[in-house]
Design a protein around this ligand. Sequence first.
Ligand code: SF4
Ligand code: SF4
Ligand code: SF4
Length: 324
Amino acid sequence: MDIKRRDFLKVVAGGGLLLATGEPAFARAPKTLPPNALGILYDATICIGCKACQSACKQYNNMPPDHTYRPPELTDQIWDNPVDLSAKTLNIIKAYKSGTGATKNREVDGFSFIKRHCMHCIDPACVSACPVSALQKNPDNGIVSYNKNACIGCRYCQIACPFNIPKFEFDKPFPQIRKCQLCSHRIEKGEISACCEFCPTGASIFGKVTDLIEEAKRRLQLKPCTYYKYPVSTVTSSYKLLQPVDKYQEHIYGEKEGGGTQYILLAGVPFDKLGLPVLPELSDANRSETIQHTIYYGLIAPVMFLAGLLYAVHRNAKNEDDNN
Ligand code: SF4
Ligand code: SF4
Ligand code: SF4
């Protein structure tokens, strides 16, 4: 078969054009919130950093104590210990401090707390990346759970997660991935996530995501220096604590980030300063699956590959003929 360089380039250009124009790309529709999506609203402005949520998380998920070695010269940072999520710590309260750190919920010369754990993304990159479906999103309540029996330890989920959440048990002979599963073992018994049940101020509350977003929107309408009855433990709780309102960032983190999440946050300090990533509205899973499906549409990638091989064989054969 006589394939000219120009013919090969035509095939490549044609495939490239299809990819570039998106015609006929398989742009899949963004995923939406499951019908009974459950989640958590965390409000940093009323979090007192007591870490009761962190302790409760350990207790009700049978997680061992955790400690990060700090050199003596960093003892002023002893509060942040352990310093981050790990295979032993599924939920962590971290501290932000700027300048004098005098005023709570202020970006400059202020401080804030931030609670980090799995976001239970609406379109989770970890689920999309896992080759053996060891991570799955419940189609009804949206909880992203992990099946240790299916996991092959490839750690693709760790690389894919834009929030840097899944952790690997490097120190175990049969390691597992560890991450918050929204206390689904408690939810099955009619209970709520431990971190919300034991939060004394209502900074972490559990409920239907639609109710949590409504509550978050209500809080953004509040005027600073007024008082508001903050529900404790669950968004629908009749037990409410009257607390002063501080100034909020005009943003509900997680409502749209990375396709939306079921863990949503409010704060007085910009979220990127609190260590949360700035993400586009389209999820990583959506973008990567669209590219994959487009490449394989009509066998574009294999055809391009085959054309490349044929061209290389043809060129080598021609060079050999010329040399003889
Ligand atoms: S935060 Fe990471 S681990 Fe959790 S659901 Fe989203 S992608 Fe998965
Ligand atoms: S929902 Fe459960 S596992 Fe997740 S952070 Fe809260 S206590 Fe920990
Ligand atoms: S229990 Fe509540 S107030 Fe205490 S650190 Fe956790 S979220 Fe903040």
